[in-house]
Write a protein that binds this ligand. Structure first.
Ligand code: SF4
Length: 311
């Protein structure tokens, strides 16, 4: 991107959302949690106040200016450096985006405010909601997410469950695993039961790879992540952004290999990594180049993002 627009960043290749244009809805570290693994550092003052931290008008103006020049992204992603649902104008922002563009809208959220009817109603217009859930019991929840004192886990699980009943889009639930904090058999069993109530379309496992808020936070190893994935069932996948080394495949995949597959059928990122025996990190850069050149296009269908050869 040649020019920077305030509150807009990217587009950047994302493991979960393909080529994602980020939209920051709140000022730095405006959050009702203080997660021990947060990459933004500590939350100085937790807040539960919903207000127009950044006006819908400002955000929309900058977004539509940015869209005139950037490569068309796979998703417009409402996220940023805090909890985006704290912005009380999020409903206007999503509605206006949906009126003016066909690019799917994703919302990255800690999920805590899904307990509020107004927030659930606002997010109904999104295409994908990506909430977090790191614990199935209150003690672990407090330990890992360090929420505002007025927030309790059961309200969140209830809110996510209610949202699932009304929301027709996709819910991709992220679980952040921290070694020794939320990974005992008992804790994982509680988490599994909570997830069964919520019924997300996907469960995406992550762990610490970048410097977190607390230096004591330890990543979970691949073998343990594999076991947790198996426990949480067939909808679960590992999305850790490590630089995987796969024998014979330690570099970026070339465009011809990707086009050979996409010429035959549309594929998700996961289809491509399977077919090419590689990791998403080795594909995403080539995909974003192909999108930029107009050689391929993306579309969101049946709650999945697909890539196909441009006609
Ligand atoms: S919810 Fe997100 S922004 Fe808030 S503390 Fe946790 S990781 Fe950081």
């Amino acid at each position: 991107m040649d020019k920077k627009w305030e509150h807009i960043y990217g587009p950047v290749p994302s493991r979960r959302l393909g080529l994602s244009l980020g939209i920051d809805l709140v000022p730095y570290k405006t959050c009702n949690f203080d997660c021990i693994y947060c990459q933004l550092g500590r939350t100085k003052e937790k807040t539960v106040e919903r207000k127009g931290y950044i006006s819908a008008g400002t955000i929309l103006k900058n977004l539509f200016l940015a869209l005139e020049t950037v490569t068309k992204p796979d998703f417009l992603t409402l996220a940023g450096s805090g909890e985006p649902t704290l912005n009380s104008e999020i409903d206007i922002i999503i509605s206006e985006i949906k009126k003016k563009t066909d690019i799917p809208v994703a919302v990255l959220t800690n999920g805590s405010l899904l307990s509020e009817f107004e927030v659930r109603k606002a997010l109904l217009k999104a295409d994908v909601v990506l909430p977090s859930l790191d614990a199935g019991d209150e003690t672990t929840f407090i330990k890992i997410n360090r929420p505002h004192e007025s927030i309790h886990l059961e309200q969140i699980i209830g809110g996510m469950t209610a949202f699932r009943q009304d929301f027709e889009g996709a819910i991709w639930l992220e679980v952040f695993c921290v070694d020794g904090i939320n990974t005992s058999d008992k804790q994982l069993q509680g988490l599994k039961e909570a997830i069964e109530r919520i019924r997300p379309d996907k469960i995406q496992l992550n762990t610490a790879v970048r410097p977190p808020a607390e230096s004591s936070v330890r990543a979970v190893d691949d073998e343990t992540l594999g076991k947790i994935c198996a426990l949480l069932g067939s909808k679960c996948e590992v999305i850790v952004k490590r630089d995987f080394h796969i024998e014979g495949r330690d570099s970026i995949i070339d465009p011809d290999s990707i086009m050979a597959i996409l010429s035959r059928r549309p594929c998700t990122l996961s289809d491509l990594t399977g077919a090419l025996n590689t990791s998403p990190n080795h594909i995403l850069k080539t995909i974003s180049d192909l999108l930029e050149k107009g050689t391929i296009r993306s579309y969101f269908q049946n709650r999945e993002l697909f890539y196909t050869k441009a006609s």
